[in-house]
Write a protein that binds this ligand. Structure first.
Ligand code: ZN
Length: 343
C-alpha cells in the first residue's frame, strides 16, 4: 500500500533504526498464497448475486480504504521496518510457514494424529515449531495486521495492547530460536488460540481482511488457512458467537497455546469455518457497496436506501449486459451512471 513514509522514518518495530526496508509484508505471503490465488489476481473482488442478494464475497483488505484505486498490494508497504527487524521476522517465519502448510496438507489427507480436549474440541499438538516460536510468529502477524489497519485509519484496538504486543515482538525477535524456545515468559503474554479447518487446495477465498469486522474478545484474526483468537485484557465478549459465528466452545483452555505443554492447534468443522467466512464477506460486501452508495448520496439528492437500490439495479443491468456476474467490477461504473441520471 502507498504510505507517506520515507527511508528517513524510524522502524515501527524497534523504533530505533531507520525504516530502510522496501516491500515489507503485513501478512507473510507464504501464509496467504494458498488463499489469495495467483499473484496477479490478489485484488480480485467478486460479488455474486444469489436471489438478487450478495451471498459470496471474495475481497481483499482495501475495502474500507477510501482510495479505491489499487496501486501496490495493501499487504505490502515500503519504509515501515528496518532491514534488521525484517530479517528477524523472516527467521521466525521460516521456522513456521512450511510446517503449517505441511500440517494443513496432512490434516486433509487424514495423516495427522488428532486428539480431543475435555471440552470436546478436536486438535493436534506438536513440538516443532516450538510453542513459543509459533506464538511469536502469530503475534508478529496480528500486530502487523493491526498496523495495516492503523495505516488505513481504522483502529479498534486499545493503544496499550498494541504497544504491549510491539514491545514483546521487538524484544523476542532479537533472540535466537533456542532462547525463544527456552523462555518462560510466554505464559504471561496475551493468551492465544490457533485453529484451522479441513482446507482443500481449491479453497481459494482471497480473504486477508483483518481484524474481524465485529470487534470481540478474544479478537479474531485470519492468517490464510489458520485463524487466531487473541485475548485482550478486558472481559470475554458475552456475545462471542454472534460476533464471530464461532461456537463459544472454541474458547477452550486446552487450546490456549501459552498454557499448553506443547504447540496445539484446534480444528473446527469446515461448515463452521465457512459460515464464519461468509458472515464476514457479507459485512465486507456491504461496506464495499456502501462506499459507492455514499458516493451517490454525496453527489445527488437521493437518500441512502434509494441510492442503494438504484446502484444495485444499475449494477445488475451492467452485469446482465456483459454476461459477467462479478458485481464488484461494476459498482464504480454503476455509481457514475446513477449519479449522471439523477443530476
Ligand atoms: Zn527495526
Amino acid at each position: 500500500m502507498k504510505t507517506s513514509r520515507t527511508p528517513e522514518d524510524i522502524c515501527l518495530i524497534c523504533k530505533t533504526n531507520k525504516a530502510d526496508k522496501e516491500g515489507s509484508h503485513f501478512t507473510p505471503i507464504g501464509m496467504i498464497k494458498t488463499v489469495v490465488g495467483k499473484r496477479n489476481y490478489e485484488h480480485e473482488i467478486t460479488i455474486s448475486p444469489g436471489k438478487g442478494e450478495i451471498d459470496q464475497f471474495y475481497g481483499r483488505s482495501n475495502l474500507n480504504n477510501t482510495d479505491t484505486e489499487i496501486h501496490q498490494s495493501d499487504n505490502v508497504a515500503d519504509y515501515i521496518f528496518c532491514t534488521e527487524c525484517e530479517t528477524n521476522l523472516g527467521k521466525i517465519e521460516s521456522e513456521c510457514i512450511d510446517k503449517l502448510h505441511d500440517f494443513s496438507k496432512k490434516l486433509v489427507e487424514e495423516k495427522l494424529q488428532l486428539k480431543v480436549t475435555t471440552k470436546g474440541n478436536a486438535c493436534f499438538d506438536f513440538t516443532k515449531p516450538n510453542k513459543n516460536v509459533l506464538t511469536l510468529f502469530f503475534y508478529t502477524i496480528i500486530w502487523r495486521q493491526i498496523l495495516l489497519d492503523s495505516l488505513l485509519h481504522k483502529v479498534q484496538f486499545p493503544v496499550a495492547f498494541i504497544e504491549r504486543l510491539r514491545t514483546i515482538i521487538n524484544s523476542e525477535i532479537k533472540k535466537s530460536i533456542a532462547d525463544i524456545e527456552k523462555s518462560g515468559d510466554y505464559v504471561n503474554y496475551p493468551k492465544l488460540i490457533i485453529y484451522t479447518s479441513y482446507h482443500k487446495d481449491s479453497d481459494t477465498t482471497g480473504y486477508t481482511y483483518n481484524p474481524n469486522p465485529y470487534p470481540s474478545n478474544p479478537e479474531l484474526f485470519t492468517v490464510g488457512t489458520y485463524d487466531t483468537l487473541i485475548f485482550k485484557p478486558d472481559r470475554i465478549s458475552p456475545h462471542f458467537n454472534l460476533e464471530t459465528k464461532l461456537p463459544t466452545t472454541i474458547l477452550d483452555n486446552d487450546l490456549i497455546i501459552n498454557d499448553a505443554p506443547q504447540s496445539v492447534v484446534g480444528i473446527i468443522d469446515f461448515n463452521v469455518w465457512d459460515t464464519k467466512q461468509k458472515f464476514f464477506y457479507a459485512k465486507f460486501a456491504d461496506d464495499f457497496i456502501n462506499f459507492y452508495v455514499l458516493r451517490i448520496t454525496n453527489a445527488t439528492n437521493l437518500g441512502f436506501e434509494e441510492a442503494r437500490q438504484h446502484l444495485m439495479a444499475e449494477t445488475h443491468l451492467i452485469a446482465k449486459t456483459t454476461g459477467a456476474d462479478n458485481y464488484g467490477d461494476f459498482l464504480d461504473e454503476a455509481s457514475q451512471n446513477v449519479i449522471s441520471k439523477h443530476n
